[in-house]
Design a protein around this ligand. Structure first.
Ligand SMILES: Cc1cc2nc3c(=O)[nH]c(=O)nc-3n(C[C@H](O)[C@H](O)[C@H](O)COP(=O)(O)OP(=O)(O)OC[C@H]3O[C@@H](n4cnc5c(N)ncnc54)[C@H](O)[C@@H]3O)c2cc1C
Length: 478
């Protein structure tokens, strides 16, 4: 019998720096010593030397994943947050447009506009957007009182807690991308280095400045692992080169629909079922499992799917085997919906820059509460100012675009993430803009994967068309 005792303990960041923890873990690869003994022999200098040699020198970058930082970012624009959150391997929590109100001057004026002919107009527009946002809330709330009456037994406080977010959900369409927000980020040093590199390569001065500052504060905890983060010439060059191609070959046209399933594994359901047999069956190879599923009757496949889902509880994820079915979609959604959509890290997303070209949505609550005229006027003004600034600097022009404007997104995901997304974003407490997207997705998935799609968990009492009719006067002005 071995005299080796199981030990499970923390290498606490209270006792060791993130870089020392990363070295202690890295060294277990070659050293038989316990982790705490390795860590006890290290200090900041020896840890830095190790990282210079192995992580920076030999490119053994995965070691840097053991150094984790918690970064607090305050008063950064929502446009900048897009670049910050464009990193899959990190965790974020940000100020919600659903549960908080924005102050009338809580927006960022881009440094690029300093002394430009657009500076005054930009500030004027942002103030008007915020003014309209705040002015719309009381009438929208009054309208909501008629449409969402207080329930029997519901206290005044509980009713207010229900009404206030519902009103803000409607008025948030007016908030521009320049609106300031706070975001907390938990990220490891490997992902942070790349995140900073992307920020330093951004065309926006604000994002570059945030990248510089993140490198500065990050180095207080991880002095070696992120110090070489720099602007990436590949990221800079590729954009110019492909944009030039796009012009040369005239890659234009907007023939597509606003939501479409572009591509999917034709045998996706069979792959999922076969992978489940592969996992729990009797050592059969993958080809044989797929072939066996192909021989099953429709009824047997339905029963196999039913057994796969039978004991699944309310909060259980489908098994990993659902990841063997892949789908690619294209969607147009308002910026408010996209801002929530981008938080789903398990899918591949490609988004076009914010612009005014796809028009904007008009929420029903804005029209029904008598705010439509003011809303349309300021949104159209934002669209016009976008066009003017865009001729001079398209990246900076994005700051004026309010949440209600539409955006086109290409995205690919597996069936497991479809289940996760639809459950979370199709739920009644999700914002109606993203609920609409979740129902569009569910409808498309059910058509191609009827067997497994029938288990998507979303309330069955609505459709995306019904949501659109109930919550929007129009989803797209043009
Ligand atoms: C009603 C509602 C209110 C919300 N309010 C806010 C808010 O106020 N502020 C805010 O910032 N966000 C808010 N969110 C967003 C929410 O917190 C999630 O970040 C977002 O929905 C993305 O989903 P997800 O985290 O489940 O993961 P996805 O990125 O879609 O990943 C899918 C699954 O993979 C796993 N996973 C992915 N990454 C990790 C990881 N790093 N560690 C562990 N597991 C991981 C999890 O099981 C996760 O569920 C809200 C969401 C909803 C539905």
């Amino acid at each position: 019998m071995t005299n080796k005792r199981r030990r499970i303990y923390l290498l606490s960041p209270k006792a060791y720096s993130p870089e020392t923890i990363a070295v202690a873990f890295a060294k277990t690869s070659r050293s038989p010593q316990p982790f705490d003994e390795i860590a006890a022999e290290l200090n900041d200098e020896s840890s830095a030397r190790f990282h210079e040699k192995w992580v920076v020198g030999y490119g053994h970058s995965s070691v840097a994943e053991h150094a984790v930082l918690h970064l607090a970012l305050e008063n950064v624009s929502r446009l900048a947050i897009e670049t910050i959150e464009a990193n899959r391997l990190a965790s974020y929590t940000e100020k919600s447009t659903r549960y908080q109100l924005w102050d009338a001057d809580a927006y960022y004026t881009p440094d690029e506009l300093d002394g430009s002919p657009y500076e005054a107009e930009f500030n004027h527009l942002c103030l008007r957007l915020f003014e309209t946002y705040l002015a719309c809330i009381p009438p929208v709330k009054a309208w909501l009182q008629d449409t969402l009456p207080q329930e029997a037994g519901e206290s005044d406080r509980a009713y207010e807690r229900r009404l206030a977010p519902a009103a803000v959900d409607i008025c948030r369409f007016l908030l521009p991308a320049a609106a300031l927000a706070n975001v907390g980020v938990t990220i490891n040093a490997r992902a942070l280095e790349y995140a900073i590199c992307k920020m330093l390569s951004s065309p926006l001065a604000e994002v570059q400045a945030i990248g510089e500052r993140l490198r500065e504060v990050g180095q207080l905890e991880t002095p070696t692992l992120i110090k070489y983060a720099a602007c990436n010439t590949y990221l800079l060059a590729v954009e110019d080169k492909i944009a030039a191609w796009s012009q040369r070959i005239n890659a234009q046209g907007c023939e597509g629909q606003d939501f479409s399933l572009l591509d999917w594994d034709q045998d996706g359901e069979a792959r999922v079922l076969a992978a489940a047999l592969f996992r729990f069956g009797h050592q059969a190879d993958a080809q044989s499992c797929l072939a066996t599923v192909g021989t099953l009757s429709g009824e047997a496949k339905a029963q196999l799917a039913a057994d796969l889902m039978a004991e699944r509880g309310k909060f259980d994820q489908p098994l990993r085997e659902f990841e063997y079915a892949h789908l690619t979609f294209e969607a147009v959604m308002d910026q408010g919906a996209y801002f929530e959509f981008k938080r789903h890290r398990m899918m591949t997303q490609t988004v076009q820059p914010l612009s005014a070209s796809l028009g904007f949505a008009v929420p029903k609550g804005i029209s029904a509460s008598g705010c439509e005229e003011a809303y349309l006027e300021v949104m159209r003004q934002a669209g016009r100012l976008y066009e003017q600034i865009s001729d001079w600097n398209p990246a900076v022009a994005s700051y004026v675009i309010p949440n209600g404007f539409n955006r086109r997104i290409l995205f690919a995901m597996n069936l497991r993430e479809v289940f996760h997304f639809c459950r979370l974003r199709g739920a009644t407490n999700a914002h109606f803009s993203i609920r609409r997207v979740a129902y569009q997705m569910a409808e498309a998935v059910k058509k191609v994967y009827p067997l497994l799609g029938s288990y998507l968990d979303m309330p069955s009492d609505t459709t995306w068309e019904a949501l659109e009719g109930h919550y929007f006067t129009t989803v797209r002005t043009h």
